[in-house]
Design a protein around this ligand. Structure first.
Ligand code: 6PG
Length: 242
């Protein structure tokens, strides 16, 4: 595991964009395609905007990039809470990516059907009886230690067979769809982005105290063969001893 601390969210986002460029190039050269799973939330917004900006857009061969999502909130795709909408508005609508390369989670089917349909989409794309291997997975972290839509104490954390499950978040009375830990932990490169002082306590719990990390969903993200990189800004890292 590697942790890099940046002065600002802007610096952190630029590093993430550079990694996206480098890994996409390497994957497209070696196997002709690059697969990425994107998260929602506010933290990656700047990253997505950077990728579609003049500085980065031309550095990526978008025709060979395949976009997936790590999770989705069960709202219409036009809704302001939609993770699809976030990535579409900040990035996908501004780059020359073929529609067929965009694999969104179709929540309008209802959460159980949507989870099944997304799992089928993943199996058709990556192979029927194998765990998908994403080249790059972007995750965020909540103040309670959740990541993707894997929340503390959720049954979804115990999933070993399904690639995708529906979850109901009691506190918010909301349905979501999420990739499961076996898929996240099968990624080649997983990057967790954390920014702001509201994340300082949970970052200290997970990265500062090895004995506690496994109590939180984000701490359970430990790729089996791949790498995990935490990109954290100083505000979020302020309780970590260096
Ligand atoms: C989502 C996410 C979720 C998010 C964290 C952090 O759809 O909400 O995938 O896991 O990454 O809640 O969100 P912020 O970046 O807004 O802090």
């Amino acid at each position: 595991m590697q942790i890099i601390v940046f002065a600002t969210l802007e610096d952190l986002s630029r590093k993430a964009a550079e990694i996206f460029v480098d890994i996409s190039r390497a994957c497209i050269i070696s196997k002709g395609r690059f697969t990425v799973a994107a998260s929602g939330g506010s933290t990656p917004r700047r990253l997505y905007a950077l990728l579609s900006s003049d500085s980065y857009r031309e550095k990526i061969d978008w025709s060979h990039v395949y976009f997936f999502w790590v999770d989705e909130r069960c709202v219409p795709k036009e809704h302001e809470d939609s993770n699809y909408r976030l990535v579409f508005e900040t990035l996908l609508s501004k780059i020359p990516i073929p529609d067929d390369n965009i694999h969104r989670i179709r929540c309008e089917k209802g959460s159980e059907k949507a989870a099944k349909a997304y799992e089928e989409d993943l199996r058709n794309f990556f192979g029927k009886n194998i765990l998908p291997v994403f080249d790059l997975i972007f995750l965020g972290i909540g103040e309670d230690g959740h990541t993707a839509s894997l929340f503390p104490d959720s049954e979804a954390l115990k999933e070993t067979d399904r690639l995708v499950v529906p979850v109901f978040i009691e506190k918010q009375q909301k349905h979501r769809i999420t990739l499961t830990l076996p898929v996240l932990n099968n990624g080649s490169q997983v990057i967790i982005l954390a920014s702001g002082s509201a994340k300082a306590d949970i970052i200290q719990e997970i990265l500062g105290r090895k004995d506690r990390a496994m109590q939180y969903p984000a701490g359970l993200v430990q790729p089996i063969r791949g790498n995990i990189l935490w990109l954290v800004d100083e505000e979020a890292a302020k309780k970590l001893k260096r």
